[in-house]
Design a protein around this ligand. Structure first.
Ligand code: NI
Length: 188
């Protein structure tokens, strides 16, 4: 049967938003609401030209993320990978590379990550999945997983870099409203 629902574009929460700092809750049931949310999350990732997007980045404190690290390289051919309640089973090696984040516009800094990972979880339909991967894919998984624990990549840069980034971070944080929501405009 054809799906009739059109996915919605969701607001990206920016640095300073309180949801970005919460430890997200696991999914216990694959309700229609959860499935629709996953569609919206995926739609929003592509719409914002992202290679990954985690639920807390759109203001939902849930252990769900989507990644597609290769859609630019694949001439826009989309292959979204949804992970629900993910868990890393193994980390191997270490590698440093630049990262960015839709919640931290204009900031790109090198971050140390494991070179190779094994991750398990559920896909968007609630089926068990397991991936063993390296390179950009492994990096994207680690970056998005961090969002589920309230961690941002700027937490992992050197102290010196963080001092250097302070003004940029403050400028983004300053658009947070009085309820702790930051979608980049003052709502006061
Ligand atoms: Ni991010």
């Amino acid at each position: 049967m054809m799906k009739s629902r059109k996915p919605n574009s969701l607001h990206i929460r920016l640095y300073g938003d309180k949801t970005l700092r919460e430890v997200a809750k696991p999914i216990t049931e694959f309700t229609d609401e959860v499935k629709n949310f996953i569609d919206d999350l995926t739609f929003t990732m592509y719409e914002k030209d992202g290679v990954g997007l985690a639920a807390p980045q759109v203001g939902r404190s849930l252990r769900i993320f989507v990644v597609d690290p290769f859609w630019f390289a694949n001439e826009g051919k989309k292959n979204p990978l949804v992970l629900v309640n993910p868990e890393f089973k193994e980390f191997k090696g270490e590698v440093e590379s630049d990262e960015g984040c839709l919640s931290l516009p204009g900031i790109f800094e090198p971050v140390h990550r494991a070179e190779r990972v094994i991750i398990e979880g559920l896909n968007g339909k609630g089926k068990k999945v397991r991936y063993e991967t390296d390179g950009l894919f492994a990096r994207a998984l680690q970056h998005e997983y961090d969002h589920l624990d309230g961690i941002l990549f700027v937490d992992k840069v050197t102290k010196l870099k963080r001092i250097f980034l302070k003004k940029k971070l403050n400028d983004i944080q300053n658009t947070t409203d009085k309820n702790g929501k930051n979608i980049g405009e003052l709502l006061l």
